[in-house]
Design a protein. Sequence first.
Length: 268
Amino acid sequence: MRLIISPDYDGCSRWAADYVAYKIKAARPTENKPFVMAVPAGSSPLGMFERLIELFRKGKLSFQNVVIFNMDEYAGLAPDDEHSYHYYLWKKFFDHIDIKKKNIHLLNGQTKDFAKECASYEKLIRSYGGIDLLIAGVGEDGHIAFNEPGSSLASRTRVKTLNKNTINANARFFDGDTDRVPRNVLTIGIATIMEARDVMVIASGDKKAKALHGAIEGSINHMCPLSILQMHPHALIVCDEEATSELKADTVRYFKENEEVKISQRKK
């Protein structure tokens, strides 16, 4: 696992966006062999999206041959509901880049058959040969996508009932009213995440410090779903200084020195 520590959220966002751009360009995607991504909604990726849009507008990046899946969706919300992740991703990202509509795949929160929707989503991911780069945020309790503490580490795309902590945390998107937060969601599973060839998690602020401590210094544990990334061959976490506040000083120094070595090697 790599830990990239930036001074602040803006630094995290720029690093994450530049990494996405690098991976897309390195893959040299074509229409028949697209680069496949999975992206989250929420506040964590917003700065990254803005930077990627900037790169596109400057002619430095194209999404013409990129396929994107979303990570999760609230059950029961229509695509045009301003609180749905469908609406969020179009407004904050897709409407501002050159991605083809046929290459965007979003979970349907209004489905009448949750099991069929989830199974079809897994099948669709496999039809592209899997996900090349999966990007995620992390919850204060260590949840990734909507795989909350206690989730099976072998889980697949499925319906989940949100716990009280997540409902309270997400109420900020619903004018602070917890009663308006949907109780059920569709989410890709932990096993689905682990099958992605590369995984990048964005974590910013001291509220994410406990989750990072559990994921990096703790054992692999379903009560901190993020910790499963210890088993991924190509996982990295991009965080700011505040998010490292519960890590040991030696741990922080170790990861910073690792990145300094990588930079010095590239300059030779």
